[in-house]
Write a protein that binds this ligand. Structure first.
Ligand code: ADP
Ligand code: G3P
Length: 502
């Protein structure tokens, strides 16, 4: 026994724990959903205690399914929903408020004010991000302002701020480690991606005391050791990365020009840009793909807030389906003569539009429109939005004479929604490019496991790991150009009518 690696994947709607063996095979999975809290329009919160409970429950289940105990785990990797903010008491580990989730728009007016003060350039130059409520900084500032006594306690050094990785590590290590990794830090709006340190100027602008902040480490590093009380054994945590960066690693996108797109609650496409901090001219983000042995690899990222969340809305909101997998079957039956478009701006529009005030809209409904057309519109919206991202990405990547390269012509996909054959085929049709789905679509967990296992010397390094990447299926374009053009024209018109700014 021994030599197993545990990946904890703390996502937006559920937590997963996955046990891998020495041969990188999955031998046990545990998963638990937790409640989404919507206190007001555009606000999204999570109870950190519910997250913690779902993580411990998932770990327990994964170990049981793998028929091992905590003592058989040699190393732990953690990956997480990014940007989501938790503030907790340093002495007790108790959160002072619900976590404010990445999708939450409550700080839209703060961002507008900072923009009006001419500060977007400063934030973008230092962080690679934009002034949008998506990122952690303004959410943290909101908590310090609105939770009674929080600022005074923060100034006395009594509170900790972290993204979910930091919170979980703090809990797992019994409060001994207060750390994060460079990828999670790069999403906070207060981390300088050139100096790889918290930025004093930005902290001042957002009025955030530095005493709140965790130490920032490489993605493969010593993040602390679990306690027997929290985990059941003392096991080192050796890998950490935000979920989209972990998926980039799990997809073995180690070469500049390689692109992956993950379809979970939202959709996030990242292109590896190597050591180049490519600055987008098309409203994409410059971010840390991974930092290993002190060396930073950067990425350009396009972030869409609603992908699988639109499918959840069909299931839980308007209740036209009973199960996510039904959408593909329904979409295949939809009336080809109806041009129904769903612009799922439920929490604003992300890249490349960045319109936090936009809200969802449906266009082109007739008396014959039913669940099938709704399902097709929800799935197609994800394909159109990916096309918008990749168009922007290609422009940024091709400038300065960079070649697209063979790898860039293929999109590697993963995440819950990539299980849908109908969606992946339509994606290939709309992109007019091949789409590769790997044998392991749990690439996020695989990436976190790889970071921990390679640090522990259990798995090979990047090159051999990349060779082990295996394809499950390649989807190739089968739509004629005229149909694609017509559909894209309809989508762009629908987006134009949804945006609050032009
Ligand atoms: N067969 C399917 N067809 C369409 N959507 C799906 C399918 N299976 C899962 N999904 C969607 O994928 C999402 C779950 O993906 P996951 O990667 O677990 O997300 P997250 O990590 O954000 O919680 C859900 O929003 C769900 O509706
Ligand atoms: O939980 P996911 O997989 O939708 O990912 C959330 C992202 O990290 C938000 O930036």
């Amino acid at each position: 026994m021994g030599g197993f690696v545990l990946a904890i994947d703390q996502g937006t709607t559920s937590s997963r724990a996955i046990v891998f063996d020495r041969s990188m095979r999955i031998v046990g999975v545990g998963q638990q959903e937790f409640p989404q809290i919507f206190p007001k329009s555009g606000w999204v919160e999570h109870d950190p205690e519910a997250i913690w409970a779902s993580v411990t429950h998932s770990i327990h289940d994964a170990l049981a399914r793998a028929r091992i105990t905590a003592a058989d785990i040699a190393a732990i990797g953690i990956t997480n929903q990014r940007e989501t903010v938790v503030v907790w008491n340093r002495a007790t580990g108790k959160p002072i408020h619900n976590a404010i989730v990445w999708q939450d728009r409550r700080t839209a007016s703060t961002c507008e004010k900072l923009k009006a003060d001419g500060l977007e350039k400063t934030f973008t130059e230092k962080t690679g991000l934009l002034l949008d409520p998506y990122f952690s900084g303004t959410k943290l500032a909101w908590l310090l302002y609105h939770v009674e006594g929080a600022r005074a306690r923060a100034e006395k050094g009594e509170l900790c701020f972290g993204t979910i990785d930091s919170f979980l590590i703090f809990r797992l290590t019994g409060g001994k480690s207060f750390v994060t990794d460079a990828t999670n830090a790069s999403r906070t709006l207060i981390f300088n991606i050139a100096t790889q340190d918290w930025d004093g100027d930005l902290l001042k602008l957002l009025n955030i005391p530095a005493s709140l902040l965790p130490e920032v480490k490489d993605c493969a590093a010593d993040f602390g050791v679990t306690t027997t009380e929290s985990f059941g054994a003392e096991v080192p945590i050796l890998g950490v990365a935000g979920d989209q960066q972990a998926a980039t690693i799990g997809q073995a996108c180690f070469e500049p020009g390689m692109v992956k797109s993950t379809y979970g609650t939202g959709c996030f496409a990242l292109i590896n840009t190597g050591e180049d901090m490519v600055r987008s001219k098309n409203r994409l983000l410059t971010t840390v793909a991974y930092r290993l042995d002190g060396k930073v690899t950067y990425a350009l990222e396009g972030s869409i807030f609603v992908a699988g969340a639109a499918v959840q809305w069909l299931r839980d909101g308007i209740k036209v389906i009973g199960d996510a997998a039904e959408t593909g079957r329904l979409a295949a039956e939809a009336d080809p003569n109806q041009q129904v478009y769903l612009v799922p701006a439920f929490t604003g529009m992300g890249a490349p539009w960045w319109d936090p005030e936009a809200r969802g809209a449906i266009f082109g409904m007739t008396r014959n429109t039913g669940p099938a057309e709704f399902a097709r519109a929800a799935l197609e919206a994800v394909c159109y939005q990916t096309r918008d991202l990749l168009d922007a990405m290609q422009k940024d990547w091709a400038k300065d004479g960079r070649e697209a390269g063979d790898q860039a012509m293929v999109l590697r996909v993963d995440g819950g929604m990539s299980a849908s054959d109908w969606t992946m085929q339509r994606l290939s049709d709309i992109l007019d490019a091949p789409v590769d789905r790997p044998a392991i679509i749990e690439t996020t967990a695989l990436g976190a496991a790889f970071l921990a296992a390679s640090r522990a010397g259990l798995w090979p390094g990047c090159d051999d790991f990349a060779k082990a990447w295996a394809r499950d299926e390649r989807f190739t374009p089968a739509m004629d150009e005229a149909t694609r053009t017509q559909k894209l024209r309809g989508w762009r018109e629908a987006v134009k009518r949804t945006l609050t700014h032009s």
